[in-house]
Design a protein around this ligand. Sequence first.
Ligand code: C2E
Ligand code: SIN
Ligand code: SIN
Ligand code: SIN
Ligand code: FE
Ligand code: FE
Length: 373
Amino acid sequence: MREEKIQKILIVDDEPKNLKLLGVFLKSYGHVYETAKDGFEALEKIKESPPDLIFLDIMMPGIDGFEVCEKLKKNPETSPIPIVLLTSLADKESRNRGLQLGASDFLSKPFDKTELMVKAKNLLRIREYEGFLKEHNKLLSEEVAKRTSDLRSALRGREEAYQQLRESKDHLKESYIDCIRRLTFVSEYKDQETASHIGRIGYYCSFITKELGMSVEVSEGILYASPMHDIGKVSIPSEILLKTGKLTFEEFALMKTHTTAGGEILKDSVSSFLQMAEKIALSHHERWDGKGYPKGLKGEEIPIEARIMNIADQYDALRSSRPYKPAFDHAKVCKIILEGDGRTMPQHFDPRILEFFRANHEKLEQIFEKYKD
Ligand code: C2E
Ligand code: SIN
Ligand code: SIN
Ligand code: SIN
Ligand code: FE
Ligand code: FE
């Protein structure tokens, strides 16, 4: 999926000696570069063909490095290009000004080859990753849009087929439940092992909802809506979904998009079940303290159904074996949820739901045992 694209560096310095030296260093590591001898030439070349990284001298006749930096950072087309300012080591004031203007880093004169290479490599890698994410998001939204429209026509077709039965609300409801069963099947499809997790989730959620005194509609709704929480995982490559090791930062960034993908798949439904499922899919990894994803919602900004789902999901994920972790016993899972283990922390949960968990964890254990396989 990741397309190899040749990255280009631009070196800007009025001193021909420096241009030559930096050029020799970069070339020895196989980088492709261009040079500009002043700010005007630099702006001209960047406009013609934007580079992926710029080494920019500060002191130059005409427009100096600060001004070039400021111009580039103001333009949304060029602002993502990382800039490394070439400066003398002692010059703290220039460094502060450079940082304020949006420079990514500094390279001290006289140049150190290793320092140059490490900075170039890191900044180019970040640049490549940004490009990759942008491309992935674009592909993802195209794919999701297509799947969503297919799904919509499927649902519409079903509605028409049931037209004559419309007078009876129960038949309509039945048809939705039938659809939902199929959607739930889709989210199990890529990972057979988690099929029983998906089945149990509805029981935990509807138990919690009922006991917290919520309406019958909500506790019945959540029974059918919650099993679709991870449906967005259909957009995650299986190599990542089934990886036995810890995810890299980049893989986890992709994994997090299962929430927004799920929301897209489920949105704009006329069914109250699917409307609830959309909220749950989108927000089941938000955290009470605002440290969750995808939006970083806080406290009651997070829909109550998603807050309930979050604790049920974690309880069950921790009890189950996953490609990347073994199953833990009930006592260990209670300890992780109630006392935290660094990754999961008590402040992630709605305090009222956490207290409910403290008082009723045995009932969740019973559900787990009853629907184990
Ligand atoms: P999942 O496996 O269904 O896990 C759901 C949530 O349960 C996780 O959300 C996390 O909050 C909790 N959880 C699961 N295992 C553990 C654990 O060992 N310790 C603790 N403290 N909590 C745990 P999270 O972290 O947002 O992850 C979302 C999804 O990303 C996971 O769904 C899983 O599919 C995937 N994932 C996360 N970490 C890894 C990993 O290291 N390797 C692989 N292959 N997938 C991972
Ligand atoms: C899936 O992998 O398709 C979803 C299962 C889960 O909840 O982890
Ligand atoms: C519907 O959305 O009209 C059927 C399901 C429900 O009763 O909420
Ligand atoms: C991970 O294991 O990569 C995810 C850590 C987290 O829960 O933020
Ligand atoms: Fe999830
Ligand atoms: Fe889950």
